[in-house]
Design a protein around this ligand. Sequence first.
Ligand SMILES: [Zn+2]
Length: 239
Amino acid sequence: MYLKTMRPAQIRDAAARELPVILPIGCVECHGHHLPVGCDTIIVEEVARRLEQRLECVIAPTVDYGPTGYDVSGPELGTMDVAPDELMAYARGVLRGLLRLGFRRIVVWVFHQGERGPLATTFHLAGQRLVEELMCRERGEGWWGARLPEPGDRTFNIIQVRSVVHPKSAPPAGGDHAGGYETSYMLAACQDKVDLSLLSDDGPWYTLRTDNLSASATVARGEEMFEAMAAAWAGEFAG
Ligand SMILES: [Zn+2]
């Protein structure tokens, strides 16, 4: 279910049943001349779409803007940068809103720069602080120190920030910047937005890595990776 299309009673029911909530996050960043700038976000959304077909879950509206540091390009090639301190208040607001809806199994999915990049760590910090505040309100200050957590206690996992590339899906799934991996993902997710004729021997360099050429990408490889990711996540949530 997509949160955006759910009615109030459905949201209350999903929260009461502790369904997993996926929050896709990403950025706007140049991925060479041949791929769309929303590549990293589109990958996350595509895995969410496939998970939603396999498992009862809630897909929250995407956070499309994020930090890029202009590492890959300036704005002339389509990159935008929303700095971590600028993003933090918004991340807090979005996550706090999901908690207030009653959700207690929130998984933020990231592809851009993985789990340790500025995008993921901004959401991680926002999420952990919110959970601490929630626990202090619900259980009182000193809630953690008061007694030994029960086995399986998942308080600190009420909000998780995870790479969408689930460890059990890799391989075949993996990552690069606009190389054979990401170009294959895009071919499988939105082929009509990819233009392989724009690949050039002049680069950029990250499209020309000989072990993982962008030009080697295929729809079939993208499909295989997406299916592996969706299956791995469905397995974790069902387990
Ligand atoms: Zn990317």
